[in-house]
Structure formats: C-alpha cells, structure tokens
Design a protein around this ligand. Structure first.
Ligand code: AHM
Ligand code: MG
Length: 330
C-alpha cells in the first residue's frame, strides 16, 4: 500500500490555497521536532536508569525530566526553521520570542504542551504533544494583535507517542492523521478525513473526583451507568489519564472525554491555549462538540497564557446531553 506523505499533503494544501507557505513551514518544523521527541520518549526506559533530581515547573507542578527536554527540542526546531516568531509553552511562564525575522506580513505564534501526560511515561503509557498555530498581525504602533479566542487558530494538532507515533492535524478543512514510518522517517497519511461518530458508548473522566464535581456532571455520570440495552447503556468507562490518548480514542471510536470543574479547582486542570483549544478545534472539525459546560471552548476569551478551563468534548449527542443538563438551569 502506498500512502500519501505528510510533505506531499502539505504541498497540495499550499497549492490549493488552504494554508500559506509560512504556516506549512512552521508545521513542518513541528513534525520534525516530533520525530526527535518520539525518540527520547522511546529511549526513556534506558535513560531513566540514571537518577536525575526531580524538578517542578513554573506552575509548581512536578516535572518529568522529558518535559523540559521536549520543550527544548521544539524551541530548537522552531528557532532553526526561522518561520515561527513566538512560542507559548506549558513549560515556560512567559511567551518566548524566537527572534526570527518576518518573511511576510504574518507573525506566527505556536501554543503548545510539549509533552502532555508525562506522569505516564515511566509506566509505558502513551503520551503526546499538543499544538496550535496562529497567524497574527504586527502593527507598528499597537504591537502584536493579541489572540482573542481559539476561533483564530489556523492549524491545530497533536502527536501521540503510542504503539505508533501519529500526528493528527486540522487546517479547518477536516481532520487528517499521519503515522511515522520509522524505516523511512516519514509521516504517512494513515487516517484520511477522520469523522467522529455522532453517538458514542464510552466515557472518560477521573471519577475519583466525583464527590467534587458539579451536580450536572454527576447526573450525566449516573445516566452513563444506567442499564438500557437498547440505548447502548451502560457506557464503558475508559480513562487513561493522558489527554492525548483519551482524545485519540474518543476521536477514532466515539465517546466523551470530561475534565470538569471541581469544588477545589473551579476552572478544572486543563489549559485553554495549548490543551483545550487545539483539541476542541480537532473535535469540532471531525463533527463533534467541545464545551466548558455552558459555552463552546472555541468562543472562550483568552485572558492569559496559562488560563485553565473545564473541558468536555467528544461525540455530538453525548456532549449535547451535558450541555442540556447545564442549560436547563440557566
Ligand atoms: P500535564 O500537562 O501536567 O501532563 O497534565 C495534563 C494531564 C492530561 O494529559 C490528563 O488528561 C490529565 O492531566 C489527567 O489528570 P488527572 O491525573 O487529574 O486525572
Ligand atoms: Mg498537559
């Protein structure tokens, strides 16, 4: 079987006017960096035999040593590629200026979580990188136009480092998955035009927090557990605890993924700019829905780099049910 390569796909999209040369160059750099990250993830078991002191990131969260390594790899490839201007990374408090020149009128900003789910690496569970690319304008007096919401994303994607390394992307014209062929080092189109089934039969949530969930979420979970053979109930419970793996399964098999607010964390845990927005764009492009309870994720105003939001995404009918539970009260 001969699959179209990622590089060929990008050429076609540039020729068709779907994306600019600049955007395709930034995306190409991300894909090259992802190959390097997949190697360090794959070699982790050997490298972990050497003891390294634990570190915490700027948010006070425990860091795996590969978190910073993955961050450094993306910074290096995006800097060397010369087309990305700014990077907002989970691993850095402030926006990073890559000091690349402007080639056209667009300023390219990448928002990314370089290694999501890193607490799973040492137990051989899939992790991933999540990213989105914005094209902003530079106005000499006003400076850079700020990112208003996820609706402005030009490209969104993630790479899952699992039993194979697969990059899933959208430019706003459907969702495509490319898998790394380790023999040739190329990403090949293995998942053309991914569509999310309208109704799913599995739910993914950290149920250990249920006591602290809003009552709408607890009601939804009670619904998921009902016995109703005709309606495919009870749903299967599936939770990896690695967002990329949970979203990848949801995208390919249908279902719902939830990281809602809790009484102790009213904004949930996941970050708007580099976790929720890219995943919401992909899920919507595949025919699903992504909300924070009441609003579409993509409509939420961006207030700061590391803003958190509750996140509920997946098959249209399942997310709609949660939305109805919230809106019945408003
Ligand atoms: P991280 O960015 O520090 O890796 O945290 C995000 C991860 C997600 O991948 C996952 O969905 C979530 O944390 C799991 O959190 P919890 O352990 O609370 O269920
Ligand atoms: Mg993360």
């Amino acid at each position: 079987m001969i699959c179209n390569s990622f590089v060929q796909h990008m050429h076609d999209e540039v020729e068709a006017g779907v994306i600019t040369v600049g955007l395709s160059a930034v995306l190409m750099d991300i894909s090259l960096a992802a190959v390097a990250v997949s190697r360090i993830v794959n070699r982790n078991v050997f490298d972990s035999l050497v003891m390294v002191p634990e570190t915490v990131n700027t948010h006070g969260e425990k860091q795996h040593r590969l978190d910073m390594k993955a961050h450094d790899i993306f910074v290096s490839f995006l800097k060397k590629g010369k087309r990305c201007n700014y990077l907002i990374s989970e691993e850095c408090e402030d926006t990073i200026d890559l000091h690349n020149d402007l080639y056209d009128d667009s300023v390219y900003t990448v928002c990314m979580d370089p290694l999501d789910g890193s607490s799973n690496i040492d137990v051989n569970v899939s992790v991933g990188s999540i990213f989105s690319i914005y094209s902003q304008e530079w106005q000499s007096k006003a400076g850079l136009t700020p990112i208003k919401s996820g609706q402005e994303q030009r490209v969104a994607g993630y790479v899952i480092y699992g039993t194979s390394t697969t990059m899933v992307i959208t430019f706003g014209t459907g969702v495509y998955g490319f898998t790394l062929d380790y023999v040739t080092g190329e990403f090949l189109l293995t998942h053309p035009n991914i569509r999310l089934s309208k109704s799913g039969s599995s739910y993914a949530i950290n149920e250990g927090n249920s006591e602290d969930f809003p009552h709408q979420i607890r009601e939804f979970l009670a619904f998921c557990k009902q016995s109703d053979f005709e309606n495919n109930l009870p749903y299967k419970s599936r939770y990896v605890g690695s967002m990329v793996a949970d979203i990848h399964r949801t995208l390919l098999q249908g279902g719902i993924f939830l990281y809602p607010s809790t009484s102790t964390h009213p904004k949930g845990k996941l970050r708007l700019l580099y976790e929720c927005n890219p995943m919401a764009y992909i899920i919507e492009q595949a025919g699903g829905l992504a909300i924070d309870g009441m609003r579409p994720i993509l409509s939420i105003p961006v207030l700061k780099n590391h803003q958190k939001v509750p996140f509920i995404a997946g098959s249209y009918n399942m997310v709609k049910k949660v939305l109805n539970l919230y809106s019945n009260e408003s």
